[in-house]
Design a protein around this ligand. Structure first.
Ligand code: VG1
Ligand code: CO
Length: 545
């Protein structure tokens, strides 16, 4: 065909290795000539036959979103993809994309997002590939894409005008059907199937105030439909609900550091009964009550303990899973409810097989991610609605709910310390130091206990038997306290070192300590062992959760 152009490049890009969740680089890097195109070409080559197939394309609205969608459409047209579905304005949250892939029986979804990383020309851009089950591409596929990209010197695209996606409609480009749809509708319909929104609406009308921060990112339009249109709250209680290319300068990572304004409203000013925020692409959530922060690991445990209050799960759940560094709070719930509980490596892609085979219904990560079998991604707004549904059923406050939970199941004091964007040599050094010490730690004193086990975590997938090694270094103590060290796979500058600390207190022990105090001996002992303060030249982590 005359309009199909074959573009040749001089040297392959050697750095297109997807991390924990997609390929993430600086916006500037992604603007480099042919950089995005080669990665997309690698993705399409990894997918096999494309004729007769549908692909979903959308993103979190960050700088470069629309241009990237247009390029992807041109490349897909050259590859004879039959149909592309794009949401209006190209705005699609990650959980909504996961839902659309499943609803429309698409072969894949290409999500343009660097998730919780800042956006704009000075920020980051990213590409996530989700496969036909709606979930993130598993490792054997991302490895294949990386391998293809490493020697790829050519890509093809169909040189044509691509319409704007401002309004819904159907367009034809060569043999390709381009369908522009409302990206919010199907997701909201799914939430209506799972939750009793009328019940939540009544509860919110009765002296229970809610505030939601969309952080100028993708959840704004979804939150507007759900909270304002369906639950009837005033839009004055939505913060930052217009998606902006640079997120208005915000770092759309819903934690106490980057969502500090919301945190201040709830924790210091105690202005609302309930506060929540989601990240750049809408898969993470932070839950706050009046004067009370819910650790995401506890959130997973509370959700698991209370599924009976949510219509979508009233017939029971099959099992649960958490990522390895996530606290074991959910394990206590699973034990009591007699549910299987799986431990996977960090990253949502590892939950896919367990969900598909119905071994689990609910899963989560300590990094503000919770979800279920309704899609194959973590889902920020779903988690917020889940909490509201439980609170509406129990007619209690967030702090009552969490305190009651601890009184039944005990409390896993938990904290994650992030040292963000430190020199890679320093981070690798600290990691290797611990790796080398692991074989000799057993029996050594550590904090107020002694080391029971220390290893580098490996995971054998129970469904496809694939083995994933080097998924984090663990020190497990005699009293079952855990210390974990990982290097982030989502950062783009230098390296980010993550330290995770956990200790369990029984219901009859103290349940209301500050986690930094409860975990102090573990934090100090790790610093003594690895000299983190000295080597990073930082007297405190960048982010403490
Ligand atoms: C982080 C989190 C991990 C999460 C991943 C993607 O990865 O720790 O739990 O799945 O981000 O989240 P890492 O490798 O930086 O620790 V998201 O919201 O980017 O899709
Ligand atoms: Co995200």
């Amino acid at each position: 065909m005359e309009n199909i152009k074959i573009i040749n490049i001089d040297e392959p890009f050697k750095d297109q290795k997807p991390g924990t969740s997609g390929l993430r680089k600086s916006t500037i890097k992604f603007q480099e000539t042919h950089y995005l195109e080669i990665f997309i070409e690698s993705i399409l080559l990894s997918l096999g036959e494309l004729e007769g197939k549908t692909i979903i394309v959308g993103g979190d609205g960050r700088y470069g979103n629309q241009e990237a969608i247009k390029k992807i459409i041109q490349i897909c047209a050259a590859h004879n993809v039959t149909k592309i579905i794009v949401p209006t304005d190209g705005i699609l949250s990650t959980p909504a994309a996961s839902n659309l892939i499943r609803q429309k029986r698409a072969i894949a979804g290409i999500i343009l997002s660097a998730s919780h990383n800042p956006g704009g020309i000075g920020g980051d851009f990213g590409v996530k590939l989700n496969v036909s089950n709606g979930g993130p591409a598993p490792e054997h596929i991302t490895n294949k894409i990386y391998k293809i990209s490493q020697s790829l010197l050519t890509y093809k695209f169909f040189d044509c005008q691509v319409p704007d996606f401002r309004n819904i409609g159907v367009f034809h480009i060569k043999n390709l059907i381009l369908e522009v749809i409302d990206g919010v509708e199907d997701y909201v319909a799914l939430m209506e199937q799972i939750f009793d929104l009328d019940h939540i609406r009544d509860f919110l009308n009765k002296d229970f105030s809610l505030v939601f921060d969309a952080m100028n990112a993708v959840t704004g339009p979804y939150a507007y439909q759900l909270f304002v249109k369906k639950l009837g709250i005033s839009e004055n209680y939505l913060m930052n609900f217009t998606p902006l290319p640079d997120f208005g300068g915000l770092h759309p990572d819903p934690n106490l550091t980057y969502a500090s304004k919301l945190a201040d409203l709830l924790l210091n000013k105690k202005k609302y009964s309930f506060g929540a925020a989601c990240d750049g692409d809408g898969d993470r959530n932070m839950i706050l009550g009046k004067g009370c922060f819910i650790n995401p690991s506890d959130s997973l445990a509370v959700i698991t303990a209370n599924t009976r209050f949510v219509p979508g799960y009233k017939d029971g759940i099959s099992g649960v899973a958490r990522s390895m560094p996530t606290s074991m709070a959910v394990d206590s719930v699973a034990k009591k409810l007699n549910l299987p509980c799986y431990e996977t490596p960090t990253g949502w892609k590892f939950f896919g097989n367990l969900l598909d085979s119905n071994k689990i219904s609910i899963c989560g990560e300590e990094s503000f991610g919770t979800g279920s079998n309704h899609v194959r991604e973590k889902d920020g707004l779903w988690a917020v609605l889940f909490w509201l549904q439980i609170l509406a059923a129990k007619k209690c406050s967030v702090s009552d709910l969490i305190n009651e939970h601890w009184m039944v199941f005990g409390r896993n004091y938990y904290s994650r310390h992030d040292y963000e964007s430190i020199p890679s040599t320093v981070a690798n050094n600290i990691y290797e130091n611990l790796f080398n010490l692991l074989p000799n730690l057993k029996g050594n004193k550590f904090g107020n206990s002694a080391v029971k086990e220390s290893d580098s975590f490996s995971y054998l997938d129970p469904i496809d038997q694939s083995l994933s090694s080097n998924q984090g270094l663990r020190i497990i103590l005699e009293n079952n306290a855990r210390i974990i060290l990982r290097l982030s796979g989502t950062g783009t500058k230098g390296s980010t070192l993550r330290l995770y600390f956990e200790r369990f207190n029984e219901p009859n022990q103290s349940l209301n300590l500050d986690p930094q105090i409860a975990l102090k001996d573990l934090i100090d002992s790790l610093d003594d062992l690895l000299e983190i303060t000295k080597l990073t030249k930082m007297n405190k982590p960048t982010v403490i959760t």
